[in-house]
Ligand binder design. Structure first.
Ligand code: PMP
Length: 756
């Protein structure tokens, strides 16, 4: 290698211009372009067209030049990023010139590609870095299938040989700190990464998309130059090398690496081995650069081009070397899909505008695991809000059950299948008598719709009693029985058949917590409704603001409603499966047995699954000759999922877990309330908690803007919460059930800071 660099061609500009004229018929003004081993001359013709004359090092193997030309011709079919070859007057791709000093050189002529080197652009936006990744992938895709005997070579820039080169040259690194760092990094790569490297896919690669070989114009990558290092190596070498240079000098090198990798994966997804190896290859490339520069510096101490990257490498290599490889792999793995901005823009364009997105700065979620979510940069969030992934985001047992069944068969309830009957048996086992008959649907809304139909079939009446601020679903009928919607923005008020009872809120309502008869008093309002078909309520109103019903409330209302001939529906969509800690269903804490229980969210852990469980009598009344069928409800896969969720809830004793973690969290929040006047009330049970924010503890003036601000600032601290209640001033805490004491501590500490 020493010879190659020290014998780089040095033709005079006039000599070069003459060669271009004579061999290629191109006359132009010559000027020198930078190069390590060769000599590159820019020629500007009179018409302004530009060409590049490439004068090869006399040591350069002709076969490598052939390979470069073959590669350029090959990629030209798939991308416009690279220069094209201009043939010599005699029709050949490669001409020869003898310099004034008598040395014979091979010369080639290439078209000019517009743009300035990325290395000379002062700041690289995430979009530019992502575009770099995309263009590297475009180049690799264009190179797919290319081969040439000469690229199977022994080459010191080949990452597959990198460790040997680094080992050999480390002693030449002059700076002792850098020398020690390189040695340490190489040891780590040897130990941790090298076995993985062996499994990597191989392919022809450009092998040098460093920031001076990549051109930028108008904030886009417009060109990739210089196939001089082409080699058959790891297929991801180009990405690793592009990343190695793109991260230099960045405040957050990992974020830059993630941006480039995301762009790459938008075109060419990486496999797991590649993801795991990328950081090692990036480090290896940077170490190789340090070592090769050290060697070359000895040969040509005055050549600035040789050391152009060394300052930034000295800055960035220690930062990269200190990163946790597993965490980096995680971030890179999640770097799939569009950028955050592009996702948001596309959503705004093509998704209905009243689908709201949470937080001032929405979270782009790419992965979930138990009580944690991970965004597109690999950042972890504590999910303290979502009660749908009841047993944990992407719980492996639930996922496996779905996959196994899906591979076998996924079909509907018109066939006999053990999954359906077993799930129905297991579900009814969790419920008291006489709740013995199940129907399966796909959502809480569908389940509530069906519950209303059952009530109608049984009572032949229409009128429905609901609680104020309730939400029961998104269908036309359910909007009609949801005060949260019909009294909210865009709502049209209650239809005449819907009767709204005051929310039995003992903090804010008419009857307070200190009144032992508050439950019965609130229940009295139900007497005003004649001939009800049904009373429907959440057993602990969530949308209403995480309300715990006062003692005897449901028992009293149920008695009144039943005496008037109506049925009682418990909407347990949010509260089922041990959420409230004390009981498996929240209605049990009220000492009642509903006539119809509605289940949704948690029972499928995110898989669309809803259920209605009722009595034999009501089911018989519904069986009036009209078939009930839900295409997906009770499908073989949904039953497999439902069974797996129930297994996990029971085997992992999640109800007890919710009771103990929830009790500690409630206590800690109450202590916090003593110090933070914005907290008006802390309430709840198990992992179903609410923190109500007020501007004044006497007037109870709701602190809605403050609640929204708190939620956003908690999100910035990596904790996801939501707000609810009629005044949007209640912080909702309803995490996936695996939520731990440590998670609770983290939540309280962050809330303390945010409220300070
Ligand atoms: N009932 C309650 C109490 C709910 O909270 C919801 C959803 N938030 C529903 C029903 C409707 O469920 P889905 O969105 O699955 O249709």
């Amino acid at each position: 290698m020493d010879d190659l660099v020290s014998r780089a061609p040095a033709l005079g500009l006039d000599e070069a211009a003459a060669c271009a004229r004579e061999a290629f018929g191109i006359s132009g003004d010559p000027s020198l372009l930078p190069s390590e081993r060769d000599q590159n001359i820019l020629l500007r013709t009179q018409t302004g067209t530009r060409f590049v004359l490439k004068i090869a090092n006399p040591m350069e193997d002709r076969a490598i030049l052939d390979a470069q030309n073959a590669a350029l011709a090959y990629v030209a079919r798939g991308t416009a990023l690279c220069p094209r070859i201009v043939k010599a007057i005699d029709g050949s791709d490669i001409a020869e010139v003898v310099s004034s000093s008598g040395i014979r050189h091979f010369v080639r002529m290439l078209t000019w590609v517009a743009g300035v080197p990325m290395g000379s652009v002062s700041s690289h936006s995430p979009e530019l870095l992502e575009d770099l990744g995309r263009k590297i992938a475009e180049l690799d895709a264009a190179l797919d299938g290319f081969d040439h005997p000469a690229i199977h070579r022994d080459f010191y820039w080949d990452l597959a040989k990198g460790l040997d080169i680094v080992r050999e040259l480390t002693p030449l690194v002059a700076d002792p700190g850098m020398r020690a760092l390189v040695a340490r990094v190489a040891d780590k790569i040897d130990f941790r990464d090298a076995p993985g490297f062996a499994a990597l896919r191989r392919a022809a690669v450009h092998n040098d998309p460093n920031d001076y070989n990549v051109l930028v114009s108008d904030h886009r990558i417009t060109g990739i130059l210089d196939f001089g290092d082409i080699v058959h190596s790891y297929a991801i070498a180009d990405l690793a090398i592009a990343v190695a240079y793109a991260v230099l000098g960045k405040d957050d090198p990992l974020a830059a690496a993630v941006s480039v990798t995301r762009g790459y994966q938008a075109v060419r997804p990486l496999d797991d081995d590649e993801i795991e190896s990328l950081l090692g290859l990036v480090l290896l490339r940077l170490c190789t650069s340090v070592c090769v520069a050290a060697r070359q510096q000895q040969q040509r101490p005055d050549d600035v081009y040789l050391s152009v990257s060394q300052g930034p490498i000295a800055q960035t290599l220690p930062v990269l070397a200190a990163l946790d490889p597993a965490a980096v792999a995680e971030s890179l793995r999640s770097a799939r899909g569009r950028s955050w901005e592009a996702t948001l823009a596309a959503r705004r364009r093509v998704v209905g505008p009243n689908l709201s997105v949470a937080y001032r700065h929405p979270v782009k979620v790419v992965r979930g695991s138990m009580q944690y979510l991970y965004d597109h940069t690999g950042r972890r969030y504590l999910d303290a809000y979502n009660n749908v992934p009841h047993v944990g985001h992407s719980h492996p047992r639930v996922v496996q059950a779905a996959v196994d069944q899906m591979l076998l068969v996924n079909t509907n309830t018109r066939y006999l299948h053990d999954g359906l009957s077993t799930f129905a048996e297991r579900l009814t086992d969790t419920l008291p008598h006489p709740l013995r008959v199940c129907y399966f649907v796909n959502s809480g809304s569908e389940a509530n719709e069906l519950a209303l139909r059952l009530a109608h079939a049984y009572t032949h009446r229409r009128d429905v009693i609901v609680l104020d601020a309730a939400y029961h679903g998104n269908t036309t009928t359910l909007i009609d029985i949801s005060p949260y919607k019909f009294n909210g923005p865009g709502g049209e008020g209650a239809p005449p058949w819907v009767h709204v009872l005051p929310l039995p809120d003992t903090y804010r309502g008419k009857h307070k917590r200190d009144d032992p008869r508050a439950g019965e008093k609130y229940a009295e309002f139900a007497r005003q409704v004649r001939n009800p078909s049904a009373f429907i309520a959440e057993s602990a109103p969530s949308v209403g603001g995480q309300i715990m019903l006062p003692d005897k409330y449901l028992a009293s209302v149920y008695a009144i409603v039943r005496a008037a001939g109506g049925v009682c529906i418990a909407d347990e969509v949010q509260t089922a499966y041990g959420r409230t800690g004390t009981h498996f269903y929240a209605f049990e804490s009220q000492d009642v047995i509903p006539d119809i229980v509605v289940l949704g969210k948690p029972i499928g852990n995110g898989y669309p699954l809803g259920a209605v469980v009722t009595t034999t009598e009501i089911a018989a009344a519904f069986d009036n000759g009209m078939e009930f069928f839900s295409t997906f409800g009770g499908s073989t896969v949904s039953c497999a999922v439902g069974l797996a969720v129930l297994d996990v809830v029971q085997e992992e004793r999640l109800q007890d877990h919710a009771a103990s973690v929830g009790a500690s969290l409630l206590e800690a929040l109450r202590q916090l309330a003593a110090q933070r006047p914005l907290i008006g009330d802390v309430r709840g049970s198990g992992l179903f908690l609410g923190v109500e924010l007020v501007k004044d503890r006497v007037t109870l003036e709701p602190a809605a803007a403050e609640a929204s601000d708190v939620v956003n600032r908690m999100r910035e601290r990596g904790i996801l919460l939501g707000t609810d209640g009629p005044f949007a001033n209640v912080l909702k805490i309803r995490p996936p059930m695996p939520f731990t004491l440590e998670d609770a501590d983290q939540l309280v500490a962050a809330l303390d800071e945010v409220l300070a």
